[in-house]
Design a protein around this ligand. Structure first.
Ligand code: THG
Length: 277
């Protein structure tokens, strides 16, 4: 039986965000080539139920290339999960692929609707056969309204599908911006998620969840309620910390409430396993 918004009934696709060099301890581990620390972060996220392990070196220039390759090699040595190559630098994304050996299809994080980005990455995205996160960012700059987000997403979906990327490999990121600097940031994002889910039922919708709470107190509270609202609107993936048990419980509950968990099977087994308490 088809579920709401054409979702396939699968669980939320979780992209574990912890291997990010902009986090101080991880940046240090990258600089020191501390394999133990990074392997451990990969293994813990896999164990907690991540579907992809994001790797973001958080460095720039030539360093980013070798740092990305080292991260990919270190992560794939401890898990068969696919990796999400997270970098604004096309050269680092190419470099990640060169050393990637896992069978599972990886993620390119990310492409945008900026012409320069498209020119640098479109052929690569198509030929690699990878999944791709398409950020709703265009030459018009950061999106502000829901409409800006939908326009940039529509143009990306058009370009990618015409180039031959199937909808199931496209992960639209309508861009979560901080609520603290724009009180409409949450509604604009949610409005975009609803509109995109309605118009393109087969694409995935993801986001960097915790951007919403940047600069505000009680961030985890904001993040949890926001994810529940976004799931109700049609989000089916998130870039987040899978070790956050309250967040994982919220996601499972929100999916059941949103009609994405037939007979509440996942919800009931999570409760039995003590994961919702
Ligand atoms: N969209 C896409 N990719 C993304 C983002 C997005 N990749 C990067 C980022 N945003 C998501 N990843 C992270 C990783 C770690 C943290 C936040 C987002 C994090 N931040 C700490 C905090 O916010 O308190 C601070 C860092 C620290 O520990 O020093 O942990 O939006 N496509």
């Amino acid at each position: 039986m088809p579920l709401a918004w054409g979702r396939n009934g699968a669980d939320m696709i979780i992209i574990g965000e912890l291997i990010n060099g902009t986090r101080k301890r991880v940046g240090q581990a990258v600089a020191d080539r501390d394999e133990r620390y990074i392997s451990n972060l990969a293994a813990q996220q896999a164990e907690a139920g991540a579907d992809f392990i994001d790797c973001n070196p958080g460095t720039v220039g030539d360093a980013e290339i070798s740092d990305m390759q080292w991260l990919v090699e270190t992560v794939q040595a401890v898990t068969d999960l696919p990796i999400s190559f997270d970098s604004p630098n096309p050269a680092a994304l190419h470099a990640a692929f060169e050393v990637y050996q896992t069978d599972a299809v990886p993620m390119i994080n990310s492409i945008t609707a900026e012409q320069e980005k498209l020119d640098a990455l479109l052929d690569f995205v198509v030929e690699s056969g990878a999944n791709v996160i398409a950020l709703a960012l265009s030459d018009q700059g950061m999106p502000s309204s829901a409409e800006d987000r939908v326009d940039a997403s529509a143009s990306l979906i058009g370009v990618l599908t015409e180039a031959g990327v199937p909808a199931e490999r496209i992960f639209i990121d309508p861009l979560v911006t901080p609520l603290g600097t724009d009180s409409k940031a949450g509604c604009s994002f949610l409005g975009a998620v609803r509109a995109i889910r309605d118009q393109w039922p087969a694409v995935h919708l993801t986001c960097g969840l915790s951007n919403i709470s940047f600069g505000l107190p009680q961030r985890r509270l904001l993040n949890r309620i926001f994810v529940a609202q976004a799931i109700a609107a049609g989000l089916d993936s998130a870039i987040m910390d899978p070790l956050d048990e309250e967040m994982m419980a919220t996601i499972c509950t929100a999916e059941a409430l949103a009609g994405c968990d037939e007979w509440c099977t996942n919800y009931i087994s999570a409760a039995r396993a003590g994961r919702l308490a």
